[in-house]
Design a protein around this ligand. Structure first.
Ligand SMILES: NC(=O)C1=CN([C@@H]2O[C@H](COP(=O)(O)OP(=O)(O)OC[C@H]3O[C@@H](n4cnc5c(N)ncnc54)[C@H](OP(=O)(O)O)[C@@H]3O)[C@@H](O)[C@H]2O)C=CC1
Ligand SMILES: CC(=O)N[C@@H](CCC(=O)OP(=O)(O)O)C(=O)O
Length: 343
């Protein structure tokens, strides 16, 4: 299979190269850039020297269409434009937020820009793999979920689907490593601002809020306004989402464990901790796993649910390859079967 990666010089792009290089069914990759055409990938990323010999090409839709699959690891706005130019001619997996929200007005409000054409928004399949497998298999245009949204939804949807937690009454506290903000340095993420620091940002204003709410509504059948507080932590990769939810009377930790085990029994990338153990970000580092644990406070009747991912893997490129596997009829885990880097 021939794969094209647009935005190959970004963090999502270089992670796709790492994964596709090791994927048995990828016979070739072509990499595209809007600013570094003609350069070798190893000039941008010396760690791939001697392993990946790829020259960056100018972005040209006619060239992109010659591939079996095109990954768009490009900023919002760019993805919408390229998806429109490619749609129908080649299968597209978009890592940006451009096609995640079904409602164009909601996109405009949260992203502060015009949305993609409504027909594209309706056509795009939301690729939270474990919850949309059948639609993913036949998708022509796949919208890969956001990193926070993936981590939160994987951790809470079993309770929402079971109506054991109220989708209208969730509090979500999440922390992300700085690669979540992409490769371009900024005053927010550069070392002296971020080292020795813990930052809370975009409280109640983060663009993953409507994405989370859309999916909670889809699985609960009701409005689901959430309180979402994202934080930046001084680490490279990883997201931890901690969620607080009142449970039905009498529910204990074992009930959650049984529910989650059953829900994800056929989901190789979701691992459930037992007996109140909680996961850490390092336990999924460099892999496509989402690890989930919980405790129930019988005194308050509330559950604390903890979900961790690697933002560049299950939160972005890993899940994109997982979706590609389903779209092209490969086993879901193909090319993603890594043990986390530990310690
Ligand atoms: N980082 C993360 O954890 C996650 C990121 N995402 C999303 O994935 C996408 C890529 O993110 P990430 O790799 O982190 O971001 P980066 O900023 O690291 O990379 C984005 C890439 O987009 C390319 N680009 C910029 N402007 C244009 C343009 N006008 N036309 C075409 N390409 C352009 C750039 O490459 P060049 O200049 O070479 O063209 C750049 O390398 C974004 O939409 C992001 O929101 C989603 C989930 C998680
Ligand atoms: C740490 C950090 O800055 N994270 C990014 C989210 C990254 C991401 O996945 O967002 P999209 O794919 O929706 O662009 C942020 O908070 O804006």
């Amino acid at each position: 299979m021939k794969a094209a990666i647009v935005g190959a010089t970004g963090y999502g792009g270089i992670e796709l190269i790492r994964l596709l290089h090791n994927h048995p069914d990828i016979e070739s990759m072509t990499v595209f850039s809007s600013s570094q055409e003609g350069k070798q990938m190893a000039q941008s990323y010396p760690h791939v020297t001697g392993i990946v010999e790829l020259t960056l090409e100018d972005i040209e839709p006619q060239n992109l269409k010659k591939h079996d699959v095109v990954f768009l690891s490009t900023p919002p706005g760019v993805s919408a434009e390229l998806s429109a130019a490619l749609n129908g001619a080649v299968r597209v997996i978009d890592l940006s937020g451009d096609l995640r929200l079904k409602d164009a007005d909601t996109y405009c409000r949260w992203y502060g820009r015009e949305s993609a054409p409504d027909a594209l928004l309706q056509e795009a399949v939301y690729g939270l793999t474990e919850w949309h497998r059948e639609e993913v298999r036949t998708a022509g245009l796949l919208s890969n979920p956001g990193c926070y949204a993936t981590t939160v939804l994987t951790g809470i949807l079993p309770l929402i689907q079971e109506q054991a937690a109220d989708a209208g009454n969730l509090i979500i506290d999440a922390k992300s490593g700085t690669t979540g903000a992409g490769r371009s340095p900024s005053a927010v993420t550069h070392f002296s601002e971020m080292n020795d620091n813990l930052k809370i940002y975009k409280v109640n204003e983060h663009k993953h809020t409507p994405e989370i709410e859309q999916e909670l509504s889809r699985f609960s059948g009701k409005e689901a306004p959430v309180t979402f507080s994202p934080h930046l932590v001084p680490m490279t990769r990883g997201i931890m989402a901690t969620m607080y939810a009142p449970l039905p009377p009498g529910w204990k930790g074992k009930d959650l464990e049984n529910l989650f085990e059953q829900c994800y029994q056929n989901s190789p990338f979701v691992r459930i901790r037992k007996d109140g153990a909680l996961p850490f970000t390092k336990e999924v580092y460099g892999t496509n796993y989402c690890d989930i644990g919980f405790t129930v406070d019988e005194r308050t009747g509330r559950a604390t649910i903890v979900s961790v991912t690697d933002n560049l893997m299950k939160g972005a490129s890993g899940q994109a390859v997982q979706n590609m596997n389903l779209m092209f009829g490969f086993p879901e885990t193909k090319g993603l079967d890594y043990i986390p880097i530990y310690p």
